[in-house]
Ligand binder design. Structure first.
Ligand SMILES: Nc1ncnc2c1ncn2[C@@H]1O[C@H](COP(=O)(O)OP(=O)(O)OP(=O)(O)O)[C@@H](O)[C@H]1O
Ligand SMILES: [Mg+2]
Length: 344
């Protein structure tokens, strides 16, 4: 029976009418980190107390619920079990489903099925985390925009208005040349203000994407990062020449590159960045590699940036891989599927 159970995609315990373990499979060994020869023929209740106490989260509740099915072996039970990492085990979420065996050799016993639902639980946690942080992030963004508008634009517009008032009040006493000079200064100031408005709105939405397209926008961004932060960005785009990408995809790629480069400036202390965007049907590969201090992927400190990056990429069906080691730079690699419309 045990070799047959091994082909199943779920972990299985078969208990006889004394609740001794008579059937078990390899996924149970993996999930609970215990070898089958340590479990076979054991009383399941003893096994739970001896081996499972440190394996599952909230053991008192777990043992109470499982043991109650042995006291009254008549009903189906369906609970979620959190397996803690350690002792060769990985952290997992398992759905426990058990029911009495009614016929055959082990009638009066019980069968317990453990299904690994870690991915679903993590996806749900991720969604909960995102929705609770979304509001927080929006507030942070609003404050930043308000500060930019107030400090950068507000102050300068007030200064310009005062200059104009001053000029209006003294117009009859100042000679024409001086008036022209002041007006030209103000025109220059207005130009600067309009650049500033553009900067703020670019930060809100990469509006350059519309007129310029992705490639030119990334070139502009690369140059801006190089000028501002003395960073050398080696940017190359291959294979996208003739394709026009959907706007949503362009925004995702731009935002990912933006966060990737912002992270490099903030954390990496790098001097060179290699940025590649390569379209090789059916996917676009984006690689951002720096020569900075790197970080430990084993214990990554996920901020909002990387989480939102993952989220954006998942929304367009893509994947994100981060590889880095302390002292050896970091690489972000994204793969996004893209099937261009066939032009007829
Ligand atoms: N290129 C990099 N080089 C070194 N460390 C990095 C790099 N990119 C990310 N990190 C590390 O990963 C962490 C998480 O990055 P993430 O973008 O998620 O958050 P953050 O930049 O700290 O904050 P924010 O929420 O503002 O983006 C960073 O705090 C940093 O420690
Ligand atoms: Mg960041």
């Amino acid at each position: 029976m045990n070799t047959v159970l091994d082909v199943l995609p779920v972990g299985v315990f078969v208990l006889d009418r004394e609740f001794r373990i008579v059937g078990i499979n390899s996924l149970i060994e993996l999930f609970f980190g215990v070898r089958r020869d340590e479990m076979l023929r054991r009383d399941k209740r003893e096994f739970i107390f001896e081996h499972v106490a440190t394996v599952v989260d909230n053991f008192p509740l777990f043992s109470e619920r499982i043991l109650s099915t042995y006291d009254e072996n008549t009903y189906v039970q369906d609970i979620l079990v959190h397996i803690l990492p350690g002792g060769g085990r990985e952290e997992r979420w398992l759905s426990h489903y058990s029911k009495p065996i009614l016929v055959g050799e082990h009638a009066g016993g019980r069968v317990e099925v453990y299904t690994d639902v870690t991915e679903q639980v993590e996806a749900e946690e991720h969604i909960n985390w995102l929705s609770s942080h979304m509001l927080q992030l929006q507030e942070k963004e609003k404050k930043r925009i308000a500060r930019d508008l107030h400090d950068e634009l507000g102050q300068r517009i007030v200064a310009q208005k005062m200059g104009l008032e001053n000029l209006a009040n003294h117009l009859h006493r100042v000679d024409a040349l001086r008036v022209e000079e002041r007006l030209r200064e103000m025109i220059r100031e207005s130009d600067e203000l309009s650049v500033e408005v553009q900067r703020i709105s670019n930060d809100l939405m990469p509006s350059l994407l519309d007129p310029l397209g992705l490639d030119e926008t990334l070139l502009w961004f690369k140059e801006r990062m190089e000028d501002l932060y003395q960073l050398e960005v080696d940017y190359q785009q291959l294979g996208l020449g003739g394709c026009s990408l959907p706007k949503q995809l362009e925004v995702v790629i731009f935002r990912v590159v933006q966060e990737g480069l912002n992270n490099i400036v903030k954390h990496a202390r790098a001097s060179r960045v290699r940025l590649r965007i390569i379209y090789s049907y059916p996917k676009i590969v984006i690689a951002i590699q720096d020569d900075g201090v790197g970080f430990s992927c084993a214990a990554p400190r996920m901020g909002l940036g990387l989480r939102f990056m993952r989220q954006r990429v998942a929304e367009v069906g893509g994947t994100l891989r981060i590889s880095s080691q302390p002292g050896q730079g970091a690489t972000l690699r994204l793969e996004i599927p893209f099937y261009p419309d066939v032009q007829t």
